[in-house]
Every structure is written in C-alpha cells, then in structure tokens.
Design a protein around this ligand. Structure first.
Ligand code: GLN
Length: 551
C-alpha cells in the first residue's frame, strides 16, 4: 500500500484546535492498525521555535533527536504514542535556509531562484521525506496558520502540486473551520465557512472533508447547507463540538464518522477499531474519585501554554492515581520568605518549573525551601532542579553565596555552572544540550522506585549543570545523586533521603508522558502528593458520576 497523505488546513480563525483534530484522527487510524505520523508545517520565518519567547509561542517541545519544535508535536506524541523527530516540524525559515544554502552551493545551476518552483519544491520534498521512509501508511500534514494568510500561500500551492505528483487518490484534504453562533440572531452562521472554502478553492485546493468547530450541535439542514455551498457530500461535514477534555475528541470524531470517511476515501485497509484503553483513560480523566491541588511555580504562569507538557503529564498521572490534579499557578516573581507559606498553603505538592534567566529565581528558592522543610512532595524540573540544588547548598550546606553562574558569574560557590562545551557558543539557535541522553538510576531511590529500571533515557534542553567540582558538598550534607549520565558523569537526578518525596531532574520528563505510557516520575509525584493530601486533609473527594463514555 503506498503512503497516503492527509493535509489539514484551518480557516476563519486561529486556535480552533487543528493540532488536536490531527492527533485525534491519527489516534483513530492507529487504533485500526495503521502506521501513522503527523507533520507540522509552520509558516513563520524562525528556523525553529527554539529562540522564541514562551509568551510568544508557548512551550518549545524537544524530540529525542534534539529538535526544538512546535508544541503540537507534543499532542501528536501523547495521542499516538509515537516518537517524532526534526522531520516532523518544518518552518518557512528552515525551507528558505535550505533553499538559500543550495543556491550558495550552485545547486540550481544558474537559474533564478523563486518561490515557485524552488520553495514549493523544497516544501514538497520535506513532506515526501516522511512518506518515502516506508515507515508509515498515512502521513497527516498539519498546515499552520489560517487560510488566506500571505505566509500560508506557498504551502497551499505545494499541497496543490503534491496532489498531482503523488496521485490524487493517495491524498485527502481536510479543512477545519468555525461555525459561530450569533446570539442576537439566535442562529449558527455558515457564511464564514463558505468564504474560507472559497479562499482555499481560489488557491486550487478543494477540501474533501470539512470539520466545523461549533459551540452548538449542527443539525442536518445546516450541514446540508454547508455541503451544498462548499461542494462536499453531507457525510463529509463533520461537527466538532467543545469537549470536556481534549482526550475526548477522538471519541467525538469517531461518533461523527471522521475516520470512517477518511478510510473510505483513501481506501485504507484497516483492522477492527480498538479504543478500549483510550475509553478507560477518558473515563478516568472525566470521572476521578477526588482531587488535590499542586502548585506550579514558574515565571510564565500567566501563559499556561508555556508549560503545556507538564499540564498534560499531570492529566496522565492523575488518571493513573484516580485523582484530578488541579494546578495552582504560582508566579515566582511574587514569592518572598514572608509570602511563600501563604501562597503555597493548602497544596499537596510543589513543582518548580523549567526556565531561563534570573527573574523569579529567589521566589523559586523560597518555594523549594517551603517544600523541603514542610515535607511537602517536591518535583524540580531542569531549572527547578537547579534551584533545589542552590537552595540546598545555601541553607543546608551553609554556602550562603551559592548560585548558578547563569544568574551570578561571580558567585563564590557556583554550584550550578555552564557546561564546559557550552562556554564558547555564541549562536542561540539549536546549541543547547538537546534531546535524548542516558541516565543511570541509583537503586533505593524514589527515582528507581518510579522507573523500576537502572537505565533510562530522557530529553534535555539546557546549558547549565551541577558543578562536578563542588558536588561533594551536597553529598556530604545528605543530598543523594540519584541519577547520573554515564558518559559524562553529569548529575541528572537529585533527591533528599529523609524527605518523603523530593526529586529534582535535570531533564524534562514531561516531554515523554503519553496516554499509553504516563511518565513514571509524574505518576509517583502525584501518588506522593495524594498521600500527603489525604494525611493533611487537603484531598477533596468528588462524587463519581454515572455518565460513562458510550462505546
Ligand atoms: N536555564 C537553565 C539552563 O540553561 C535551565 C533550562 C531549563 O529549565 N530548560 O541550564
């Protein structure tokens, strides 16, 4: 069977959840025995999102191979339980970078280099790279942005050409639009969808299936109006209503028949659909027995997308523990020695988040101290782990001036220091310690109890590390170096033995948590927090509902 390509565009408005629709369709196809991957094409000029501010772009998702990518790749991995790579995220910046490099090498043999054909060819070759690998039955290609944007035009044109190049029977185009409800008229309006499809058609792309986001159900007469004006069959108008959880969307799409239409149109050979585990997970998410609150201390907390994978990892770990984790978003800038106990009072766990730069560090150190001295379960991720080490060096080891050289280059005790191979790097993009590295886990630690393995692989994104020349002091004072990188002898996990659950990790465990494989440290952190919450009367039992998910 030759690889099939499904192109997903968006119209009318941004933020309609194209990534979730792609991931949901992918999940449904995987559940029917198909090998699927998803690629995101981003129409901005940055070569990758790695240099973008979290307020601008949200979380930077890092893949095993060390690519800094769009956060939608996180959804793809979490829904499909697959690994993505640099090939799964292509930006206009990367396309131009490649085209300009080729031009400098003389690869265009003296031709004038133009958007069509050179840029559009380059886009096509990036899409085909995944399909031609032979690893996939279906490649879903999500085109970022909204139809009608100037930036999207070369992508739409590349898709139009690709349909002919690979054969139209091997491709499908899905367009996600919005059907808004006008309260004054008391009606759902189809005109924006009609216009969006018209714009797409003007660029030579006729959608095969329309997915219509709406806050209200679409009845058959409205669907047939959309079908008639947009040149699609009635069954190809799929309603996508707001869901309780993004994880419910695959089930809603299945009910609407999205996967069925895709399979019919592309003549895919499938097995019986098995979504039993997924349904069990959605029930656990929607109907937990109780809830606890965990503080997420960070400096980008107004913008929850900056911590997307952490939020999702809590949902996975919560489902395993039959407990909803409510996140208390705590701005680290506001925390002081005086305010910290008020801000963290009532939480069953404290997570200190990753980050860059000095803003909010002293507040994060207060949060670490609070958790350490009050026996509240603590989880420090990357910068959060570095803060745990600094706090320990200062308040337990007695090195008052201990710091990271990221914040104070003149610290007498630079307990966190820039890695040797990072010292002379000047370029910002793609130059950190990125991607998958091994970590050997010490037995009889909380980390070992969680992983049940002496060797694990986790993803990284940082320049600084625990200082190997000074780490003896931490050990002398009872900090456990619970995980080490075997090749370079770098500290990857720290713990405090006499604390019920105090774990700091230099890597980003949240990036590997999926519905099928919730990340073990998150699972055990939530378990420890639940125990603490129950013993401290901070656990809220919830009335379990009877509304089970229909199979
Ligand atoms: N700023 C720290 C470093 O570069 C931590 C990075 C992070 O939290 N991802 O090492």
């Amino acid at each position: 069977m030759s690889t099939k390509y499904i192109f997903v565009t968006g119209g009318v408005a941004s933020s309609l959840g194209k990534g979730i629709i792609c991931a949901s369709l992918g999940r449904l196809l995987v559940a029917q025995g198909l090998r699927v991957t998803i690629q995101k094409l981003d129409p901005y000029i940055n070569v990758d999102p790695g240099t973008m501010n979290p307020y601008e772009h949200g979380e930077v998702y890092v893949t095993d191979d060390g690519a800094e990518t769009d956060l939608d790749l996180g959804h793809y991995e979490r829904f499909l339980d697959i690994q993505t790579s640099q090939s799964n995220n292509v930006t206009t910046g990367r396309i131009y970078y490649d085209v300009i490099n080729k031009e400098r090498q003389g690869a265009y043999l003296g031709k004038t280099v133009q958007v069509i054909p050179h840029v559009t060819d380059e886009i096509q070759s990036h899409v085909l790279k995944l399909g031609n690998s032979g690893d996939y039955d279906v490649v879903i290609v999500e085109i970022g942005g909204t139809v009608g944007d100037i930036e999207s035009l070369p992508y739409i044109e590349a898709v139009r050409q690709l349909k002919y190049n690979v054969g139209r029977e091997h491709t499908l185009s899905i367009h996600l639009t919005l059907v808004p409800y006008l309260a004054a008229a008391g009606e759902l309006k189809t005109k924006p969808t009609q216009h969006s499809v018209k714009t797409l058609s003007e660029s030579g792309l006729q959608p095969d299936i329309l997915v219509c986001r709406s806050e209200h159900p679409l009845d058959d007469s409205l669907k047939s109006k959309v079908a008639r004006f947009c040149n699609v069959d009635l069954e190809d108008v799929i309603a996508s209503l707001d869901a309780k959880s993004i994880y419910e969307v695959p089930l809603l799409m299945q009910k609407e028949g999205l996967d069925k239409r895709v399979i019919q149109k592309l003549k895919l050979k499938t097995k019986d659909c098995n979504l039993d585990n997924w349904i069990g997970f959605v029930e656990a998410v929607c109907e937990p027995s109780g809830s606890i609150e965990i503080a997420l201390v960070g400096k980008y907390v107004e913008h929850h997308d900056s911590y997307k994978s952490i939020v999702e990892a809590f949902i996975h770990a919560g489902a395993v523990n039959d407990c909803k984790v409510n996140i208390r978003w705590v701005q680290s800038d506001d925390l002081t020695k005086e305010s910290v106990s008020g801000s963290l009072e009532g939480v069953s766990g404290v997570l200190v988040a990753p980050g860059f730069g000095g803003r909010g560090i002293e507040g994060k150190l207060c949060a670490v101290e609070y958790a350490r001295t009050n026996d509240v379960p603590f989880f420090g991720i990357c910068l959060g782990m570095q803060c745990a080490v600094i706090e320990y060096a200062r308040n337990v080891c007695g090195w008052e001036d201990a710091n990271s050289t990221e914040f104070n280059e003149d610290s007498e005790y630079p307990i966190i220091d820039i890695m040797h191979d990072q010292k002379n790097i000047e370029n910002m993009g793609g130059t950190m310690r990125l991607g998958k590295y091994a970590c050997s886990v010490k037995k009889e630690t909380n980390a070992y109890a969680a992983y049940g393995s002496e060797l694990v692989y986790e993803r990284h994104r940082h320049r600084y590390e625990v200082n190997n020349n000074l780490r003896y002091k931490l050990v002398e004072n009872g900090m456990v170096l619970a995980g080490m990188n075997p090749e370079r002898d770098l500290v990857e996990i720290v713990e405090i033995e006499e604390h019920p659950w105090f774990v700091g990790v230099q890597f980003h465990p949240e990036l590997k948590s999926t519905v099928s494989n919730p990340q073990p440290l998150f699972v055990d952190f939530v378990k420890a927090s639940l125990k603490f919450g129950k013993s401290s009367d901070l656990y809220t039992p919830l009335k379990t509902g009877t509304a089970k998910i229909e199979k």
